[in-house]
Design a protein around this ligand. Structure first.
Ligand code: PEP
Length: 253
């Protein structure tokens, strides 16, 4: 894998301005642990404030609307998040697929809009527990990705994939190293076929689902794991930094 491990905190619907001190602490630490690339996706309301203060970390959004502008009360476009300082957007997160009934078609429209606005994409995929127990996890995830991978020439620059088994998100359960490795290898195969090896090798595949300081080292040392998408453990600088330190000390695969 070509690049530094990428550690991204997804703050979800958490954080008021009181959380800016955590963002500052994460930013300061990111300046010390440069072997990892560190980013956070705060709620929309904090993107601009974090962007103004952060010197090192990347700032992203957790979603965007598919449209450019117009009569969509309460929605935020890709152009708006870019204007607020976001450099990337997380799309296809399982919580959005579940809570907002987001389809692959809608996610594709959002990806197109985000790319037009100059944003990088973190595209999430992952199977339910039922699908895993039936033995269909790999087929499901590859199908989900095939439906959404954007047809672009510079995927290596603009795309990150996050494999997040739905049953591992926020539950304290993590997939086994063997299962993570098998899934990441399968995803890599699809990226090679879609973009060619040269572009594909620069697309990092993150693992997400209850990554914590005490399991990060093991997960991040799996071949083809190019970083982590972190929910709960990104809400305090202390626990998030435990993961950043593990990433910065993990040997390059
Ligand atoms: C997530 O929501 O992307 C996530 C991985 O959450 P958690 O780390 O809390 O499981």
């Amino acid at each position: 894998m070509a690049e530094r491990p990428y550690i991204v905190g997804n703050w979800k619907m958490n954080g008021t301005r009181a959380m800016l001190s955590e963002a500052r602490a994460i930013d300061r630490a990111a300046q010390r642990y440069m072997r990892a690339e560190v980013a956070i996706a705060p709620p929309y309301t904090l993107i601009h404030a974090v962007h103004r203060e952060a010197e090192q970390i990347g700032i992203g959004a957790q979603d965007c609307h598919a449209g450019e502008d117009g009569a969509h009360t309460g929605d935020i476009s890709a152009t708006m998040v870019a204007d607020a300082g976001a450099k990337f957007v997380i799309l296809g997160h399982s919580e959005r697929r579940a809570d907002h009934k987001e389809s692959n078609a809608l996610i594709n429209d959002k990806i197109a809009s985000a790319l037009d606005a100059g944003l990088r994409i973190i595209l999430c995929c992952g199977e339910s527990l039922e699908t895993r127990e039936k033995g269909g996890a790999e087929e499901f995830v590859l199908k989900q990705l095939k439906a959404s991978l954007p047809r672009i020439d510079d995927a290596g620059e603009r795309l990150t994939v996050a494999y997040e088994p739905v049953w591992a998100i926020g539950t304290g359960k993590t997939a086994t190293t063997k299962d993570i490795e098998a899934m990441h290898n399968a995803i890599r195969g699809l990226l090679d076929d879609t973009y060619g090896k040269e572009q594909s090798e620069n697309v990092r595949i993150l693992y997400g689902g209850s990554v914590k300081p005490d399991n990060a080292r093991e997960i991040l040392s799996i071949a083809e794991v190019g970083g982590a998408l972190v929910g709960g453990a990104s809400l305090s600088a202390e626990s998030f930094l435990g993961i950043v330190v593990a990433a910065s000390e993990t040997e390059e695969a």
